[in-house]
Unconditional design. Structure first.
Lengths: 313, 473
């Protein structure tokens, strides 16, 4: 298939996945700041910025991470290339550039999302409307992902779309967990406290895994088990191992590429998948979860670049 | 007699309904007003959702606009269509023969049937095409012939579009939307289908594969990209044909062979349906700064490794000054009398024609020879004094650049407007496909001037479209 088309599909899916993640992040931050008992109600918002991976860009433009500034920056700010609005806009632009590679259902799902987005943007935003907006983002991204899974031919176009979605998801999951470990807790004493407990619960909420956690582990929320769920459990569709399995399956399914060019991205994907598949949570935590996760985030970046190079994007 | 009374309404609305419109008339009378209003809104939602939009430059607001779609179809009886179809086929054969001739032996110029300067000094004449043989001698593979009607049996060709005529996606999508909104109506009407246009187009393009193509030809559609006003149509047609929609940067010419950059390396391309003007298609031959085409496409064509559709240089046949001579082409190349008439046209480069034009300017339509899209045009009866004065100054300064035609009493078809239903002027653009044979999908694109009394149907000037029906019986 046309290299430009592959690239557009890859990014279309990435941006949709990112919009979904940001909507979840904002919903949970809002929820958490409402249940917080301490005086400083803003740390939830600051960690949302960190988990979105745009700490530097945000503080270049805002003095403090407040509810207003963070919601505006992550959801609506047209000056932030990764705001939800811009993610949907960019997805739609990518879709429009490769309309012929999309099924008509897929195009309609993306295009209708974009049209409805404009209605949201032109209306007054208040708390109720924000809730409606974030629910809408989650519903629309689910729809887009569902429609492509149900209508696209299982050929290269599908595989590149899939890889984009799961590479983005892996990156998001790793950042979310990393932030929890290293930014959120104000003091050492807080570890294991009430706040800590709610914060781990919040991580599960972001990835929609409260129930999954109960089913797999039963009982109280334990940090190590949350990490295990998000990193190593192949049953959980947002875990890193699940994401890398999808990436590997789809990379392998792409037809007839030049083996010299594409071997690097396959090597990176497969070795990471193997490490996750056979990994255990205790040694990972012992050797430093933060190191493990930040290395993984770097890997995701490298893998994205190698996929592009290997398939001539 | 008032101006209105002289105008032919194709439906005979409201009191003298012509037979092809009997069903439409009954349907309109049976539909409650509120249901029609509902359907009109539904149609708009459908167009938006499918993304059938076009971009308008130089205006603020929404860059992706809808062309207004009118629900009342334009209907032709089978016999009416058959006589048109024969005429179209004949005309396009002659146009292709003419283009082939001017790039080869120039018989028609030698015979002095068309003035040499009109061809050889024309910016649309491409010396790069001289003595190059093309598959089936076809240059304008996709031609859009703009027709107007002034009476039951009076049709005129307004202009020939031999380069990259657009609008066919509206022909197909208008039908699609009408059928979604009023399925019941179609079950009774017996309307010739148009949905196979994409198949016909692909067959046409495959039939003109270059001499060095081995096996199944790979056909692609070349678009300037998402910012082009007709981008939707490019994507639509590529989709209908199931071929790749490429941009210039996706193409590469190596050793006079054209390839596209795919995820598995370079894939050979045999036929390009290009929706980019000659000037931008190959920076090695035409505008060197162009980023829209790809360097070397013309050389790949010359080497027999590639077919461009439409061919470079096809525009020589659709110049408004050359237009005057198309009936002569039919006689010269085919030895037949033309079935379709031209609008009587005054060539302002001739002193007597210029004098006539200046004396009757308030009754004439004056057009710039190289203009398109309704720009550079004066509609005398509707122009203000000041507009006429400005135009006359331009005309006197460069009479060679203008032609003048009588203001035709264009036919009307009833159309939904603010005040209800009212007659509005229409034209028709059928699309003629030429490959190893000529193919025409019945009907074409009907454009309608939505402003009362307006004769300008261009979408950039407030025109709309209608579904065009050719009845099968």
């Amino acid at each position: 298939m046309l290299a430009r088309t592959a690239s557009n599909l890859f990014w279309l899916a990435r941006y949709m996945e990112r919009a979904d993640y940001l909507a979840r992040l904002l919903q949970v931050a809002g929820h958490m700041s409402a249940v917080r008992v301490d005086a400083d109600g803003n740390s939830e918002w600051e960690s949302a910025i960190a988990a979105a991976g745009c700490h530097e860009e945000f503080f270049a433009r805002h003095e403090a991470a407040t509810a207003e500034s963070v919601i505006d920056y992550l959801a609506f700010d047209r000056g932030n290339p990764s705001s939800i609005c811009n993610c949907i806009e960019t997805s739609r632009r990518n879709a429009r550039a490769v309309r012929t590679a999309l099924t008509s259902d897929m195009w309609e799902a993306v295009n209708t999302s974009w049209m409805e987005l404009r209605d949201f943007e032109s209306s007054e935003m208040n708390e109720d409307r924000l809730t409606e907006f974030l629910d809408w983002v989650k519903a629309r991204t689910s729809l887009v992902h569902g429609v492509y899974a149900n209508t696209m031919l299982r050929r290269d176009g599908f595989h590149f779309t899939r890889i984009g979605q799961f590479l983005e998801r892996a990156d998001n999951t790793a950042r979310l967990l990393d932030v929890k470990y290293h930014v959120r807790l104000p003091t050492v004493q807080d570890v294991g406290g009430v706040i800590d407990y709610y914060q781990w619960l919040a991580v599960l909420r972001v990835v929609g895994a409260r129930r999954a956690y109960r089913v797999l582990f039963k009982g109280h929320v334990e940090p190590a088990q949350v990490a295990e769920l998000l990193i190593l459990r192949p049953e959980f569709p947002r875990s890193l191992v699940f994401c890398f399995e999808q990436i590997c399956l789809n990379l392998d399914a792409i037809e007839a590429h030049d083996p010299r060019l594409s071997s690097d991205c396959k090597r990176i994907a497969h070795s990471q998948y193997a490490a996750l598949r056979f990994g255990q949570i205790e040694p990972i935590i012992e050797q430093g979860l933060h190191e493990f996760l930040s290395e993984l985030v770097d890997r995701c970046g490298l893998l994205g670049a190698e996929i592009a190079r290997g398939h001539l994007f | 007699m008032s101006e209105r009374a002289a105008i032919f309404d194709e439906m005979g609305w409201p009191d003298h309904i012509r037979p092809p419109y009997a069903l439409v008339d009954a349907w309109l009378k049976s539909l409650p007003a509120e249901q029609l209003a509902l359907k009109r809104r539904e149609a708009e939602v459908l167009f938006r959702r499918i993304g059938i939009t076009f971009a308008v430059y130089t205006e603020g607001g929404d860059p992706e606009r809808l062309i207004p779609f009118d629900l009342i179809p334009r209907v032709m009886a089978q016999a009416e269509w058959q006589s048109l179809r024969k005429g179209l086929e004949q005309r396009v054969r002659a146009l292709n023969a003419f283009i082939h001739d001017v790039y080869h032996d120039r018989e028609i110029l030698k015979a002095d049937r068309i003035p040499e300067r009109l061809v050889l000094n024309n910016p649309q004449f491409r010396p790069e095409m001289v003595d190059l043989d093309l598959p089936h001698n076809v240059y304008t593979h996709i031609a859009g012939i703009d027709m107007v009607r002034t009476g039951p049996d009076e049709y005129y060709v307004l202009e020939d579009n031999c380069r990259t005529p657009s609008g066919v996606s509206y022909m197909v999508e208008n039908r699609e939307v009408m059928m979604r909104l009023f399925p019941e109506l179609f079950r009774r009407a017996g309307v010739a289908p148009v949905a196979h246009y994409g198949d016909e187009l692909l067959e046409t393009l495959r039939s003109v594969a270059p001499p060095n193509c081995q096996g199944e030809p790979t056909v692609v559609l070349l678009t300037p990209g998402i910012h082009n006003s007709a981008y939707y149509e490019h994507a639509f047609l590529a989709d209908e044909m199931g071929i790749d929609l490429v941009e210039g940067a996706d193409l590469l010419v190596k050793n006079e062979i054209c390839y596209m950059r795919s995820t598995s390396g370079l894939t050979r391309v045999d036929v390009i349906y290009r929706r980019i003007d000659d000037d931008y298609i190959d920076p090695l031959v035409f505008r060197p700064e162009s980023m829209l085409g790809a360097p070397g496409l013309h050389f790949a064509t010359r080497a027999g490794n590639l077919t461009l559709a439409n061919a470079i240089g096809a525009g020589i046949a659709d110049d408004k000054a050359v237009y005057i001579h198309v009936p002569e082409m039919v006689r010269f190349y085919l030895g037949e009398e033309p079935l379709l008439q031209n609008v009587p046209t005054h060539d302002c480069s001739k002193p007597e024609d210029l004098a006539y034009t200046l004396a009757h300017i308030d009754q004439l339509v004056v057009k710039a020879v190289h203009g398109s899209g309704g720009y550079g045009m004066l509609v005398g009866p509707h122009a203000s004094k000041a507009e006429i004065e400005t135009f006359v100054a331009q005309l006197r300064a460069r009479p060679h650049d203008y032609v003048a035609q009588p203001t035709l009493a264009l036919s009307t078809v009833p159309t939904f407007v603010e005040s209800g239903i009212a007659p509005r002027h229409v034209d028709l653009r059928p699309f003629v496909l030429s490959g190893e044979q000529i193919r025409i999908v019945p009907g074409g694109l009907t454009r309608v001037a939505l402003r009362d009394g307006s004769l300008v149907v261009n979408s950039s000037q407030g025109g709309g479209t209608k579904d065009t029906w050719v009845l099968e019986r």
